[in-house]
Each structure stands twice: as C-alpha cells, then as structure tokens.
Design a protein around this ligand. Structure first.
Ligand SMILES: NC(=O)c1ccc[n+]([C@@H]2O[C@H](COP(=O)([O-])OP(=O)(O)OC[C@H]3O[C@@H](n4cnc5c(N)ncnc54)[C@H](OP(=O)(O)O)[C@@H]3O)[C@@H](O)[C@H]2O)c1
Length: 329
C-alpha cells in the first residue's frame, strides 16, 4: 500500500511530517490545505507536493486520500479532525489532541461510530528508545516501577514569541506550556505506569497572556507510584526522564528524542543501551500498519489513553483557573 496523505495546517511542523513520511517509503503527501491559500502554496512549493488548497473542505472533497494529518494549532484540532471523520477519512491528530476532554470525548465517539482510525500524534511514543524502554519495563529490568521524574523545558525568549498571536502563548489558540510540551511528560507517565493518575496536583506561573509559561504536575497513581513532572517556556533545562524501580534506575536523556538509555543497577556498572535515532517515521509506520490491518486505534497509543491525558490536563487547568476563550464551565 502506498498511502495518500493530506495535510491540514501549513505551519512549522508540516514539513517534519512530510520528511517522516518520505523516510517510511510507504506513502506520499498528495495535497496540503490551509486557511490561507498563500500559506498552502508556499508549503506546496517548498515540499514539491502536487496540490495546494485554501480550504480544508475542498481538499477533502476533491482528493482521494487514505489519511489526513492535522497540523494546526490546538484550538482547531477538534473541528479539523471532525471534518475529516465526517468525510470518512482516518486522522492522525497532533498533540495536544484537543483543547479539553469534552472535545476529545466527542471526537473519539465520532471516530468509533464511523469505525475510522484516529490517533493522537504522540510521536515520542514510537521512537526506538521509547520502544526499548517499554520492553525493559515489561521484562522487569529494574523491578517494579515506583517513580518517574521528567521535564520538558525550552527557553522562548521574551520577544515576539511571547505575544498573544504566537501559538505557544495564545489563549485563543489553546497555548501554554501544559498543552504544548507538558503533555509529553504526562503521556510518558501514563506509559511508564500503565494507568491514569488517581490524584492530580500541580502549580503554574502564568504569562501575561493568561496561559501557563511554566508548570509542574505531581501525579499519584496509587500504591506509592508517583510522577513529578515539569514543563516551561521560560528556562532551558535538560529534557531528561528518570524512572526508578525497586531494583534500579533508567535514565533517559532528552527523553522526547533520545537514541540511548542508561540502566543503573546495584553492584553492576551502568549500562548504556544505544537505540536508533528518533523521528516521525515510526508513528507514521504505525498508522499505516493499523490501516493495513483494519485497526481503528493503535494499541500503543489508544484513544482511552489520550482521553485520560486530556482529563488530567483539564484537572490541572481547573486548579489554576486557566480557561481558554469559549470553554464551558
Ligand atoms: N513545532 C514543533 O516542534 C511541534 C512538534 C511536535 C508537534 N507539534 C504540534 O503540531 C501542531 C502545529 O504546530 P506548529 O508548530 O506547526 O504550529 P504553527 O506553525 O504555529 O501553526 C500551524 C497552523 O495552525 C494554524 N495557526 C497557527 N497560528 C494561527 C493563528 N494565529 N490564527 C489562525 N490559525 C493559526 C495555521 O493553520 P492553517 O495554515 O491551516 O491556516 C498554521 O499553519 C500543534 O498541535 C503542535 O503542538 C509541533
């Protein structure tokens, strides 16, 4: 099968998806669509894609697609993915899946009713080092997992980037460190412990625009299992994850895109495990596998897990009094 993809949203991440798809050798981007025909044409030229549209619906109506990649800002994910599902098309939806759990529930219900594939594009989940980590946890390499510490902190200099029209700082575009990068740490915790947190606490420092510029999350998974997580646009810190088990520790440097892990166990020298490089190609291959095998969800990133992540982020935002424009409640 050579999958025919369409892309909705012609911004920064779209070329990375294009390159990832090229690397798989399993498909092509046949069309890109934007709210702005100019943006779509620029991307078309840059990537050498056959068609560009200034309307999402026109692309979906006119092109014969196997799947659509939703690469818009968070606030649009719900309506963009809904439009695709209503056109009978499978979707890979960038993180954060939606603005909130209510939108996620509606989208998931629609995908299930339509019997169509739908997945949050949690690309880090499919990288070789993450796959290796899951194997090590499953085989008990460090015993029972007890703790996770993970941070994703990138410095966004105070400039045009901290203005409300920038996606990351914009309440209208559902920005903030939590939905943009904190989501990776929360998804990582769910993967490491294999369940949803029973108690959720955290704190946030707000940007003047009204979204969190720095935030911390303390998630309790019951029976002494705990994750301490952080995300920030304000300071650059090592993007590490440390998983502590009853018999050892696994250190993951730069956990979102590492190619190695270190296992530290009592009375043994630290063991460095080299893995393949990270990239979008692994999640794309997973979408293709699911489509080939008739799966409507990926067992590695199921929709119930995505919903759990959205609920955790809703709880945190409600504790901080952080609402996006037009959100109910
Ligand atoms: N950048 C990264 O490193 C990265 C990495 C992984 C995942 N992601 C995820 O990918 C998605 C897109 O991120 P991105 O960095 O590509 O975003 P972006 O370049 O800021 O914008 C992507 C698209 O969102 C829409 N958009 C952005 N700002 C808008 C505004 N002010 N008004 C109206 N529409 C606006 C536009 O869609 P149209 O062109 O259709 O009008 C734009 O092309 C997000 O969910 C993000 O979390 C990003």
């Amino acid at each position: 099968m050579s999958a025919r993809w369409g892309i909705i949203g012609c911004g920064l991440i779209a070329p990375k998806f294009f390159q990832g798809l090229e690397t798989t050798g399993e498909g092509t981007v046949v069309a890109v669509a934007s709210k702005s025909i100019l943006r779509a044409k620029l991307l078309q030229k840059k990537l050498g894609v056959p068609k560009a549209y200034g309307s999402y619906a026109k692309m979906l109506d006119r092109e014969k697609l196997d799947a659509v990649y939703i690469a818009t800002s968070h606030n649009y994910h719900f309506e963009n993915a809904k439009l695709c599902l209503e056109h009978g098309l499978p979707v890979l939806v960038e993180k954060a899946f939606t603005r909130n759990a209510a939108e996620a529930e509606e989208l998931i219900a629609l995908a299930r009713t339509q019997n169509l594939f739908c997945m949050e594009a949690m690309w880090t989940r499919f990288n070789p080092a993450t796959t290796k980590l899951r194997e090590l946890i499953a085989e008990g390499a460090i015993g029972e997992i007890k703790r996770l510490k993970a941070e994703f902190c990138v410095k966004m200099p105070p400039s045009i980037k901290t203005m409300p029209w920038n996606r990351m700082y914009s309440p209208r575009l559902a920005g903030g460190a939590l939905l943009d990068i904190g989501v990776y740490t929360i998804a990582y915790a769910g993967m490491v412990f294999g369940c949803v947190p029973t108690r959720i606490g955290g704190s946030a420092k707000m940007a003047w625009t009204g979204v969190d510029k720095t935030s911390e999350y303390h998630l309790d998974f019951g029976q002494g299992l705990r994750a301490d997580l952080a995300a920030s646009f304000v300071e650059e810190r090592p993007r590490f994850a440390v998983i502590t088990g009853t018999h050892g520790i696994i250190r993951v440097p730069y956990f979102s895109r590492t190619d190695k892990l270190t296992i530290i166990r009592a009375s043994r020298a630290p063991e460095i495990i080299k893995c393949g490089p990270s990239g979008f190609e692994y999640e794309i291959r997973e979408v293709h596998r699911c489509l080939r095998e008739g799966l409507t969800e990926s067992p590695s990133m199921p929709l119930d897990e995505t919903l759990g992540i959205m609920r955790t982020m809703d709880t945190l935002r409600s504790q901080w009094g952080m609402k996006y424009p037009g959100e109910a409640g």
